[in-house]
Ligand binder design. Structure first.
Ligand SMILES: *[C@@H]1O[C@H](CO)[C@@H](O)[C@H](O)[C@H]1NC(C)=O
Ligand SMILES: *[C@@H]1O[C@H](CO)[C@@H](O)[C@H](O)[C@H]1NC(C)=O
Ligand SMILES: *[C@@H]1O[C@H](CO)[C@@H](O)[C@H](O)[C@H]1NC(C)=O
Ligand SMILES: *[C@@H]1O[C@H](CO)[C@@H](O)[C@H](O)[C@H]1NC(C)=O
Ligand SMILES: *[C@@H]1O[C@H](CO)[C@@H](O)[C@H](O)[C@H]1NC(C)=O
Ligand SMILES: *[C@@H]1O[C@H](CO)[C@@H](O)[C@H](O)[C@H]1NC(C)=O
Ligand SMILES: *[C@@H]1O[C@H](CO)[C@@H](O)[C@H](O)[C@H]1NC(C)=O
Ligand SMILES: *[C@@H]1O[C@H](CO)[C@@H](O)[C@H](O)[C@H]1NC(C)=O
Ligand SMILES: *[C@@H]1O[C@H](CO)[C@@H](O)[C@H](O)[C@H]1NC(C)=O
Ligand SMILES: *[C@@H]1O[C@H](CO)[C@@H](O)[C@H](O)[C@H]1NC(C)=O
Ligand SMILES: *[C@@H]1O[C@H](CO)[C@@H](O)[C@H](O)[C@H]1NC(C)=O
Ligand SMILES: *[C@@H]1O[C@H](CO)[C@@H](O)[C@H](O)[C@H]1NC(C)=O
Length: 817
């Protein structure tokens, strides 16, 4: 089962473009020469058997379009890394030929017309040969001269993949950029809208949309990493270097261990990704990708599309619009976008019913690009300016009047916490507005307080039904308690999924194992949705606070959960427990706020978190692995009790299974264990690792990511280990704990923290042992071994970022659907 909150659905299946493996008769050589062309099913293989080249057809391609491509020979799943005739496929590969012709390597189509060529003008004297080198470079050279001089190489003409040894270059003479450009979609290798290139004057990478609009910048190269890509420091095997001279500037890289298969890909999702191949799972493992969130990709959802990071599908069409028939979001072809369901009345002289166009209000939006400012004094004039101009599609009135002409691109729904946007008014035909009035349009989130004060006042029939269910459950309490955590997660993810798909309906009630509330009781609880109780605007819709007289015993006091829901007509409401005190990171990393958490509270928080995780882990039949434990996912209630939230990435592993493997490593850098990051193996021990990091952060008041203390220690773990070995344990303590800290408890916590972050999962204790240790039942604690991710001076793969705040954790949620 897949539990995810924020998957990037269209992305992972296309990471590299993977194809099923066919057995091709190989020419048995690595060379195409004048008397040995390549045709049909023939391939050439590099001499170390790393790469193979020949005709291929993209997986899923409905037409038989054949391209000359290069793929890894050793991988059991074929992954294309280079394509020759990106834009000019052939349909019958047996009557096409790739051969040396007139000093060039040329692909001839069925009519023997050249459709792709290396385009060299100067002719070489000797006989030419095209050789597939073992590093993945396809080169054209003089075969007789035994010279290393290359006339042409695929490394200078990459497609969507940057292989080790290849260059992303800027030529100072011709002012030309070598770019890597995404595929159009998963079945069409033609150049797509996204291109990565070097910006020479700032020694950084940028990604451009439509060959022009830059929407992402890596930050300058600091010698080890790009400053705004701190994740690169967690990368042990890539040695990137930057070269700049009077002729050219370029980035190139090598792998310390040449047996590792890894590459950078400009993906059809508009993200640059670094991947490595995991033979154990036969999958590509995503090491990092940028921009981190899908909605940061420019115009990701196309014209009149709306990107919402909180939604499962990311893209939707604006009110009154529908996906165009050519819109193929399944194939990640985002250029198509959305079209009007009803054309505007504007300019229609034969207005029989006299109806004009109207405006749809869209609050909390990031505005589209290219607004035009109109000098009018008030919003009603702004509105009529747009109404009277038939090419105007939207307006906004803040300090001045802005109107938009033509397609709306790059529109984003902001979250409630982001107040940088404003209200956009979208022009629609009147009939599109009357379908569903704005008040019913969105989902309401209700945060309820007072759940723990368990008093039952069953007001509604549906509540009573649920209560009956509860009493029936009592009969089978033993079994049910085991199932409870499982059900909780299942219902929560199921409800979220239905909402995201816009498919949560009244009839779903029966299938969901969640309390149902009627609208009336929610009205009462929120004072008829009064502004007083409105907490803000979320990605789904408004968020209200409410008090319900319900008596539900919550599943566990250290877990936050979806508490119930309500559907009535188009009104959809989710109920979550209300946590008045924000999340743990708000307190411990803030100099002022951290004062309010004394040692006793912190120790209780540590214990509470441990109990919460134990609850997830201890179930013998169905273990739950959270996979994204971090301080920002620990919420605090009014008594500062910790509650683990966000089960978006949680997974259930079955009977006696203690670990599982995923090809889609999702989690948060700095909290993920090495075996999870590198091999995709997650287990209760990877949660233990995350717990260890959280514990060390709580007692030290320092973040693991972005930590910089000295040359020797470039992570909190490394720093803590250094203090441990130097026997300077108390130096780790958060200064604000000076007066309240109990020394032997502190040392115990540090010891446990280090035990939890040990490199070898089997060395780490389970949570039940951790709790015994914390409770003082175990007197002599084991001595920890050196932690994972301990990076000392000798290993140069770490970062010395002086911008820790920019390294703020971002859940790298990359589950495929
Ligand atoms: C070969 O390419 C030429 C030029 O693009 C084109 O006119 C011709 O139709 C192609 N032949 C076949 C059989 O596709
Ligand atoms: C070769 O030149 C033709 C015509 O100028 C161009 O269309 C084609 O893209 C070029 N091929 C390569 C591989 O640069
Ligand atoms: C080419 O170089 C290889 C070794 O690099 C050598 O064995 C071979 O004899 C050379 N051939 C010619 C024609 O020079
Ligand atoms: C670098 O060059 C680009 C144009 O190529 C320009 O827009 C940008 O401002 C330059 N940046 C700096 C820091 O000079
Ligand atoms: C993409 O770029 C081309 C020219 O480079 C321009 O004509 C076109 O309008 C651009 N597309 C959009 C949607 O901005
Ligand atoms: C990294 O690459 C550079 C340039 O290719 C090289 O000089 C350097 O020795 C490499 N570093 C290591 C540790 O291999
Ligand atoms: C690029 O070339 C120009 C002259 O063509 C030179 O002035 C400039 O310094 C060169 N840039 C670099 C980075 O070497
Ligand atoms: C730059 O190009 C010139 C002429 O092609 C060459 O002589 C020189 O060695 C090159 N410089 C570097 C640093 O490669
Ligand atoms: C896209 O995928 C969904 C479900 O995976 C499917 O129902 C739908 O028909 C697909 N659309 C297209 C255009 O392939
Ligand atoms: C103009 O309006 C009339 C009546 O509402 C409608 O039937 C007709 O299709 C409209 N024409 C256009 C071009 O929208
Ligand atoms: C907006 O301005 C116009 C002209 O200045 C004025 O006639 C109108 O009453 C104003 N409307 C509002 C709502 O202030
Ligand atoms: C609509 O507004 C745009 C931008 O202000 C202007 O260029 C265009 O001429 C206007 N069209 C009409 C019909 O007024």
């Amino acid at each position: 089962m897949d539990y995810k909150k924020n998957p990037w659905p269209m992305m992972l299946s296309f990471l590299f473009i993977c194809l099923s493996l066919n057995n091709h008769p190989s020419l048995g050589v690595d060379t195409i020469s004048a008397d040995q062309p390549l045709s049909g099913d023939q391939t050439i293989i590099s001499n170390g058997w790393s790469f193979e080249l020949g005709f291929f057809t993209p997986d899923k391609s409905p037409r038989s379009n054949y391209y000359i491509g290069m793929w890894y020979k050793k991988n059991s799943r074929r992954t294309i890394v280079w394509v020759a005739n990106r834009e000019t496929p052939v349909s019958n590969r047996f009557s096409c030929e790739l051969r040396i012709s007139d000093g060039n390597l040329v692909l001839f189509n069925e009519s023997q017309i050249p459709i792709w060529s290396t385009n060299l003008s100067s002719t070489s004297s000797g006989p030419l040969e095209a050789v597939l080198l073992d590093e993945g470079n396809f080169v054209l050279r003089d075969g007789s001269a035994n010279s290393s001089k290359l006339l042409w190489q695929s490394f200078d003409n990459p497609t969507h993949t940057w292989l080790p040894g290849g260059k992303i270059a800027y030529n100072n003479k011709t002012k030309q950029n070598v770019q890597i450009i995404s595929w159009k979609n998963s079945e069409d290798p033609a150049p797509g809208p996204f291109a990565l290139e070097l910006q020479q004057n700032t020694s950084s990478f940028i990604i451009r949309w439509n060959k022009s609009v830059p929407y992402w910048n890596s930050g300058p190269w600091d010698g080890k990493i790009f400053s705004w890509v701190p994740e690169m420091s967690r990368n042990y095997f890539t040695n990137v270097s930057y070269v700049s001279n009077e002729n050219e500037s370029y980035m190139t890289y090598s792998l310390y261990d040449p047996s590792i298969i890894s590459g950078f890909v400009m993906d059809i999702s508009g993200q640059i990704q670094q991947l490595s191949w995991l033979e154990s799972t036969k999958q590509w493992n995503l090491l990092w990708s940028q921009p981190r969130t899908q909605c940061e990709v420019y115009a990701f959802c196309g014209p009149f599309g709306l990107c919402n990071q909180q939604s499962l599908a990311f893209c939707s069409c604006l009110q009154g619009f529908q996906a165009t028939s050519s819109n193929n979001w399944n194939l990640s072809d985002f250029s198509a976008g959305c079209a009007r369901k009803t054309s505007l009345q504007c300019g229609n002289d034969s207005l029989a019913n006299g109806k004009r166009d109207e405006f749809w209000e869209m609050p909390n939006m990031k505005f589209p690009d290219h607004p035009q400012t109109v000098a009018v004094g008030n919003s009603s004039e702004c509105e009529s300016t747009c109404l009277n101009n038939c090419s105007c599609t939207a307006y906004a009135y803040g300090h001045h009047c802005s109107i938009w002409i033509g397609d709306l691109l790059n529109l984003k729904q902001l979250t409630s916490s982001d107040t940088s946007g404003g209200t956009l008014y979208l022009k629609l035909a009147t009939s599109e507005l009357s379908i569903s009035p704005p008040s019913k349009k969105r989902m309401t989130l209700l945060l309820i307080s007072g759940i723990t004060s368990a008093i039952v006042l069953c007001a509604s029939i549906s509540m009573c039904i649920w209560q009956r269910k509860m009493s029936k459950r009592k009969e089978n309490r033993q079994i049910n308690e085991r199932n409870q955590a499982h059900r909780m997660l299942h219902s929560e993810s199921h409800v979220q999924e239905l909402i995201d798909l816009g498919e949560l309906k009244e009839e779903d009630e029966k299938g969901l194992d969640l309390p149902f509330y009627d609208l009336e009781s929610i009205r009462v609880a929120t004072g008829n949705f009064s502004d007083e109780n409105k907490l803000g605007q979320g990605g789904y819709g408004p968020v209200y606070k409410g008090k319900l007289p319900s008596g539900q015993e919550i599943a566990h006091r250290n877990l936050v959960r979806l508490h119930g829901y309500c559907i009535e007509g188009s009104e959809k409401i989710l109920l979550y427990e209300y946590m008045p005190n924000k999340s743990l990171d708000f307190f411990i990393f803030d100099q002022k706020q951290s004062m309010s958490l004394d040692w006793e509270m912190r120790f209780n928080i540590i214990l509470g978190i441990a109990r919460g995780i134990l609850y997830l882990h201890q179930d013998s039949r169905l273990r739950i692995i959270h996979r994204d434990l971090k301080t920002s996912n620990i919420l605090l209630d009014h008594k500062m009790n910790p509650k683990i939230s966000d089960f978006g990435l949680a997974r259930i592993v079955g009977d006696r299974q203690s670990e599982a493997i995923t090809s889609k490593v999702a989690g948060t850098y700095g909290y993920m264990s090495p075996e999870y990051v590198i091999d995709g193996i997650f287990s209760i021990k990877s949660d233990v690792f995350s717990f260890g990091v959280v514990l060390l952060e709580i007692i030290s008041g320092k973040r693991n990511t972005g930590f910089y203390k000295s040359e020797q220690a470039m992570s909190l773990l490394g720093y803590a280990w250094g203090l441990w070995t130097d026997n300077m344990l108390m130096d780790l303590m958060d200064e604000t704990l000076q007066d309240t800290c109990i020394a032997d408890q502190f040392v115990k916590c540090l010891n446990i923290g280090l035990l939890c972050v040990q490199a070898n999962p089997s060395d780490r204790p389970t949570l039940s042992i951790v709790i015994k240790m914390l409770d003082g039942e175990t007197v002599n604690l084991p001595t920890p071994k050196r932690p994972a991710f301990f990076i000392g001076r000798d290993q140069s793969s770490s970062t010395s970022s002086n911008k820790p705040e920019s390294i703020n954790e971002v859940t790298n949620s990359l589950e495929a659907r």
